[in-house]
Design a protein around this ligand. Structure first.
Ligand code: 3HC
Ligand code: NAI
Length: 682
């Protein structure tokens, strides 16, 4: 037996334990262990039934994603599955942690599934740009029916054990902590009752009623058009599920294979699989010693109960960590706490929280006036106005108030963290925790490491990110850190390009079709042109529209006109303002441009800024830039983010494109292009 699998037989029940840390993925080693283990039990007459269980934190978490695209080795997954399902001895899958993707497909070829209440099961392949390629699209519909299968597989969310039981995705719940014993007892009962082999593949009752109804799939795609836009996987998933209703099992499996292979070789899936690992890389800081102990954070103080302070506070309340929230006036404090309550109540009204949970979270806030209230918290996060003078004043005072060892964090978007830290006598305790708005929703957390930030403080920030379910990306100090900085050139390019011929709608459509939720002009109208231009003394295009009373969606339209349902249409007034502005600036109208040219004009400069951020050591790795743009700016994940995308475009082409725009490419970009290198591959 390989080291990954261990077998034992207890009173006629064969137990195969898989142990392949960290998540028992179906690597060649795991497949071998399954193959050997099941063959061994098949040949052992003393074994009447089999329990398949895993060691460590979880049941099998899926295929080994790192093996995709490599030459297949060892036993084939489908053949191993066939040995299990077609065997003559009942098999019980005993599930703890997560049975996901190929892991849940493994459970589906077992004849019974039992799980502890804390377990989750599901088919999340869609997030990797894939479909369940080991029978999941054919077996799950046979258990839950077509409509539920469509939602479960295109949605990909893991299903908690209790719900899974009610859907039939598992057959029984085990007692928490007693999975092994309960699974053995379950197997014994199966044997005692005749050893029935329940094979999901043989079931017809749940799919038969849907046969011949092709409109189900067309309607489903139409209903979800917005969510599926740009992705490939949901479309293939729907086709595969249709095959489950229409075709005999073996043909359905063949169709699933075909559709899976198509996805596996797509750029979209390559990008999404890259992104899966990129998200996890962010927490790894090469020069941070692995054994650096994090400081305990049992209480938090937040300064400023405005837009950001409120959202930041909610993250900690959600994690059960008490927050002292500090403001300048009672009115501001009341307003801030009121917004938090309202947010929770809205969630409760949607049924996603109970009234009791709302009160439990609210009870964790201590709203107070004055920084003195922060004398005993472990971590302070400052979210006051974005002005160096105010921030330094706050940090200077905090220095005299906070207990020794407390972490002093700033949520500044653009200011120099080292200068803020210099207002204290303990710059080693100062760090940037840059949340994105709305802070309780957006998953990105830029952790800004100051010149003097200590390792322990950085390690603590990384741990906090995990505690509050954020994806961390570490940045050095620099204007705009990572996401805001690299995305800024997109806005500049849009403002320049609109003077040269392409209309706001041409530019917005090109970016929308690329995969952004909306283009820059639609976005400006949504945010408000008065808000965007605030603080600038120069004559700007936004400013000219504002002078005419055009503030965007909220007043008189902006770059677009809007009807009473806020539907946009091209604005002749805006077109005239743009033409006048271009004339005043001496910019010649060169007429329309192709979507490809528009995308290059707006996004190559982002890649270039990304290269500079890397060159300067502000970001640790290219994938951190991609994660920051995808999570911070909704950059379409199926392109992999700006740096991965640049690699797919080809770096020499990006360099040439930038030069044609009159932009000097970053040295790193030029060097990589010349050397045939890439940002994200190898
Ligand atoms: N293959 C390879 N490595 C994997 C993996 C997988 N399926 N799942 C997780 N890992 C790695 C992670 O990269 C990470 O490595 P690191 O420590 O070096 O960074 C390590 O395992 C731990 O993962 P997490 O940090 O994500 O651990 P958590 O405890 O937070 O989460 C989990 C565990 C819920 C299992 C989560 O890892 C997860 O969602 N994994 C992916 C599940 C998935 O998508 N499965 C489907 C795979 S595709 C498939 O099965 C195709 C099939 O249909 C043919
Ligand atoms: P805001 O104006 O909504 O809130 C700031 C709050 O701080 C106000 O309620 C104000 O009363 C309070 N305040 C000011 N000085 C104070 C003091 N000395 N003591 C206690 N309270 C004080 O501002 P917002 O948008 O929440 O921004 C806060 C910080 O977060 C800024 O540094 C900003 O750059 C940053 N940020 C903002 C983002 C956004 O999208 N709004 C995104 C990421 C960071």
């Amino acid at each position: 037996m390989s080291q990954v699998g261990t077998t034992e037989v207890i009173d006629g029940i064969g137990i195969l334990t898989i142990d392949y840390p960290p998540v028992n993925a179906l690597s060649v080693h795991t497949r071998k262990a399954l193959d050997e283990g099941f063959r061994q039990f098949a040949a052992d007459d003393s074994v009447k039934a089999i329990v398949l269980i895993c060691a460590g934190r979880t049941f099998v978490a899926g295929a080994d994603i790192s093996e995709f695209g490599k030459a297949p080795e060892g036993p084939n997954l489908l053949e191993v599955f066939d040995i299990i399902e077609s065997g003559s001895k009942p098999v019980v899958a005993a599930i703890h942690g997560t049975a996901l993707g190929g892991g849940y497909e493994l459970a589906l070829v077992c004849h019974y599934r039992i799980a502890v209440p804390s377990a989750k099961v599901g088919l999340p392949e869609v997030a990797l740009g894939l479909l369940p390629g080991a029978g999941g699209t054919q077996r799950l519909p046979r258990i839950v029916g077509i409509p539920a299968a469509l939602d479960l597989i295109t949605g990909g969310a893991p299903v908690p054990a209790k719900k899974a039981l009610s859907l039939g995705m598992i057959d029984a719940l085990a007692e928490e902590g007693k999975l092994r014993d309960d699974a053995i007892a379950f197997a014994r009962t199966v044997v005692a009752e005749g050893g029935q082999l329940l094979r999901v593949r043989d079931r017809q009752d749940k799919v038969e009623p849907y046969r011949g109804q092709s409109e189900i799939y067309a309607d489903y795609l139409k209903k979800n058009a917005r969510a599926f836009r740009g992705f490939k996987a949901p479309f293939n998933i729907v086709k595969a599920i249709e095959a489950a209703a229409e075709l005999p099992f073996d043909q359905g499996i063949a169709r699933e294979r075909e559709l899976f292979q198509e996805l596996l070789t797509s750029t979209e899936s390559a990008a999404q699989r890259y992104y899966f690992f990129a998200e996890r890389e962010g927490a790894k800081v090469p020069d941070l010693p692995k054994d650096t102990a994090a400081l305990p954070v049992k209480s938090v103080g937040v300064i400023g109960a405005g837009t950001m302070g409120g959202g930041i506070t909610m993250n900690f309340l959600n994690a059960g960590i008490p927050v002292t929230l500090v403001e300048m006036s009672q009115a501001a404090l009341d307003r801030g706490v009121g917004v938090i309550r309202k947010n929770y109540e809205n969630t409760a009204a949607k049924g996603r929280m109970t009234a009791e949970q709302v009160e439990q979270r609210m009870a964790l806030i201590t709203p107070l006036l004055g920084l003195e209230a922060l004398n005993n918290v472990d971590l302070v996060i400052e979210a006051v106005f974005e002005e160096m003078g105010i921030k330094k004043d706050v940090f200077g005072k905090l220095d005299g108030i906070a207990k020794p060892g407390a972490i002093l964090a700033s949520n500044t978007s653009f200011l120099d963290l080292d200068e803020i830290a210099s207002a204290t006598s303990r710059p080693a305790s100062v760090i940037g925790l840059h949340f994105f708005s709305p802070a309780n929703v957006m998953r990105l957390l830029e952790i800004v490491r100051g010149a003097k930030t200590s390792d322990a403080v950085l390690a603590t920030a990384l741990k906090i990110a995990k505690t509050i379910a954020k994806v961390p990306v570490v940045s050095r100090v620099g204007p705009g850190f990572i996401a805001n900085r690299v995305m800024a050139p997109r806005s500049y390019a849009a403002s320049a390009l609109v003077l040269e011929g392409p209309t706001p709608q041409d530019i917005d459509k090109a970016l929308f079709d690329y995969g952004f939720a909306m283009g820059p002009f639609a976005m400006s109208d949504l945010v408000g042109l008065d808000v965007i231009g605030r603080g600038s003394n120069e004559r700007t295009l936004n400013g000219d529209l504002v002078k005419l009373g055009r503030l965007g969606q909220k007043q008189n339209g902006g770059f677009y006109d809007y009807d009473e349902k806020r539907q946009p249409s091209p604005s002749p007034v805006a077109a005239q303002v743009i033409a006048d502005f271009a004339k005043a600036k001496g910019v010649e109208n060169k007429g329309p441009q192709s979507a490809e040219a528009i995308v290059a004009r707006l996004l190559y400069p982002v890649v270039n800024e990304g290269a500079k951020v890397l060159e300067e050591g502000v970001a640790i790795r290219a994938s951190d830039i991609d994660v920051a743009c995808i999570l911070g700016y909704n950059w379409p994940v199926y392109t992999g983010g700006p740096m991965f995308w640049a690699d797919t475009v080809g770096l020499p082409k990006v360099v040439e494109g930038l030069r044609a725009m009159g932009i000097e490419p970053a040295k790193l970009l030029v060097d990589k292009a010349a050397a045939g290198g890439s940002f994200t591959r190898g």
